[in-house]
Design a protein around this ligand. Structure first.
Ligand code: PHE
Length: 382
């Protein structure tokens, strides 16, 4: 027999044995329940992956400590997509084919959830994004869920705060054109802010990964605006804050949840202080359930959780809740129960899936302070 063929046979025999002992094959009914996750553990948004993974880990450990689900242990298989669309797609395929995942958790960045979500949908495996807010993510189909609010609401929340609390009339928008999230949030902020009587004095754009924002900031400076709305991710936002101040452009920046990372302050320094962004969770103003989560998180990681960790914790727990209600642990049965999620008590608030698999939740507005983000206000769903 050919060496290659012999190996294939041996491997096939081994995987049959593995099935017999229930240690890792598809279609088994006892053995571990495998859940896949895909996250950016490296690259320009590595903080998103690291923080979300911590939230997943805490949820998996707690569920296993409580006896698992239907007597089976839960196992998380996490793949690093490096923040790249190509990697996100192959990660989801691999989690389903190689790991036998019955459900997928991820991604954070909307552009990556859009890629992974299309694959999960095609393969009939439910996916829950903890934090992707772009409307199109769950519009992919009935297998794609999220546990966060969506950007039309987030844009409304920041526009309302800008108009009613900060009394701003003339604001710039500075969009990351390589991010579906950024483009969608810019659009909803523009609509809501002008609808509320404000004016967008100038619009500029950049691309994720850029490091020099001088030309665009000079154009913004010429427009004499009172603030700059930057719906980007922390890395570029931190740099934009520094470069704006260096030009003498001393207006606050406004943004959305993509700012949420301790790196924002490391990169932006004092220059980002006094700016505001909307988010899912305020560590200094938690729900009672949030308080317990924060304490446990601090004990483990010696810092306050970002909203990403809290959202990830909720996403995993919503999945477990659906698995408990499902008559059997199959992707289809889990999907049906996920869609039926009502009044789930999460650490980020009470979560019910609407008909489009989007929860309706309030947003918080945070001010970037010298040592941490400070809760400003809550904006309720309209
Ligand atoms: N909402 C962002 C997106 O859709 C991701 C994000 C959420 C980033 C929360 C940070 C914190 O791309």
């Amino acid at each position: 027999m050919h060496v290659r063929a012999r190996w294939t046979l041996i491997l096939a025999a081994a995987s049959v044995l593995a099935c017999v002992f229930a240690v890792g094959c598809k279609g088994k009914s006892n053995g571990d329940i495998v859940v896949g996750s895909f996250l950016s553990m490296s690259g320009g948004t590595a903080d998103f992956g690291t923080e979300s993974k911590r939230g997943f880990d805490m949820a998996f450990e707690a569920a296993n400590a409580a006896g698992g689900i239907k007597g089976r242990r839960l196992r998380l298989e996490n793949l690093d997509d490096q923040g790249k669309a190509e990697e996100a797609g192959s990660a989801v395929n691999r989690l389903i084919d190689r790991n036998g995942a019955v459900a997928i958790l991820g991604e954070v960045a909307s552009s990556l959830s859009l890629v992974g979500g299309r694959i999960a949908q095609r393969r009939g495996v439910p996916m829950i994004s903890p934090s992707s807010t772009n409307t199109q993510v769950t519009a992919i189909g009935d297998n794609v869920f999220r546990v966060c609010f969506i950007d039309p609401f987030q844009g409304y929340a920041m526009a309302r705060f800008a108009r009613e609390t900060l009394h701003l009339q003339n604001v710039a928008i500075f969009t990351d054109v390589r991010s579906d999230y950024s483009k969608g949030l810019a659009e909803s902020f523009r609509n809501e802010f002008t609808h509320a009587g404000g004016r967008i004095g100038v619009e500029q754009s950049y691309s994720q990964g850029d490091t020099d924002f001088g030309a665009q900031l000079t154009a913004i400076q010429a427009a004499n605006v009172q603030a700059i709305f930057v719906p980007g991710y922390y890395q570029e936002v931190g740099n934009i804050a520094r470069q704006a101040r260096r030009l003498g452009l001393n207006v606050p920046l406004l943004g959305g949840d993509g700012w949420d990372s301790p790196q924002l302050r490391s990169i932006g320094g004092h220059d980002i202080e006094g700016s505001y962004y909307s988010n899912h969770f305020a560590p200094d103003n938690p729900t009672p359930r949030g308080r317990a989560f924060i304490e446990e998180f601090r004990r483990r990681y010696h810092q306050a959780p970002t909203s990403l960790a809290a959202q990830a914790f909720d996403a995993a727990n919503i999945l477990f809740d659906a698995m408990r209600r499902a008559p059997e642990i199959t992707p289809a049965a889990i999907r049906t129960q996920l869609a039926a999620t009502r009044n789930f008590p999460g650490v980020t608030g009470v979560i019910s899936m609407d008909a489009n698999r989007n929860p309706i939740k309030p947003a918080v507005v945070l001010r970037v302070g010298p040592t941490g983000d400070v809760f400003e206000t809550t904006i309720e769903p309209r």
